[in-house]
Design a protein around this ligand. Sequence first.
Ligand SMILES: Nc1nc2c(c(=O)[nH]1)N[C@H]1C(S)=C(S)[C@@H](COP(=O)(O)O)O[C@H]1N2
Ligand SMILES: [Mo]
Length: 253
Amino acid sequence: MSTQLSRRKLIASGIAAVAGVAGLDAAAKLADQYGLLAPDHGGIFGVGEALTYGAQRILTARGSMAREFSRGQISRVSPVNHGAPDYDPYLRLAFNNFADWRLYVDGLVTKPMAFTLNDLKSLPSRTQITQLACEEGWAYIAAWTGVPLGLILHLVGAKPNAKWVVFYPFNDFWGSIDMPEALHPQTLLAYGMNGEDLSLDHGAPIRLRIPRQLGYKNLKYLARIQVVESLKKIGDGSGSAAPGIGYSWYGGI
Ligand SMILES: Nc1nc2c(c(=O)[nH]1)N[C@H]1C(S)=C(S)[C@@H](COP(=O)(O)O)O[C@H]1N2
Ligand SMILES: [Mo]
């Protein structure tokens, strides 16, 4: 552990030192070399934002866990932000209790798969009581049940050069996370909330539940997951719809 850690420390202080001496652009180049550059670094948030990502990535690289709470701490009210799509094909699938819904997982994988909701529910699950914190300043605690995303990536055989996981919901709020976050044990494809099926407005049939990141990274109403090596050719290349509406790609808490 210590060699790994001190190497990371070295990289972190190296990047900070380069930022001080040679300016932020040089620091960004160095960060990129070590996979510590957020995909929207060239955008409105600039290099400073990218370095926040790099610094946090080093701090959380050892897989630190988001806080988990007790049953008694579950919030009585769970607010909804951005309710379920009210158009097809989502409406049609919802009307049929998602019996015809499939979660397509493809991209840099050896075995692309289409999971039914029952497929996902029959896999080993994890229930965790965590907080969902919206960037607008409110939060609530709930119990979420789902399949660890890492298990799905294992089943489809994500290839060694896979670097990002892209999520496509039934609305246009697409997004992505990096591999360390995707493989983190608390990163779930959740189908249950507080002991019941996820409601439509909370993201049925499946949402990403990623308690180490802010609410807007917790994508709801998922249709497809794609594993990629680069985000450059996806959408506008910034890694998600978030930068387009004023949020940074990285939503770490
Ligand atoms: N597909 C999709 N997922 C989404 C959003 C969205 O607009 N579309 N909003 C996000 C935001 S900003 C927040 S705070 C959370 C809210 O989750 P909740 O409604 O279950 O509380 O969902 C996130 N997931
Ligand atoms: Mo949010």
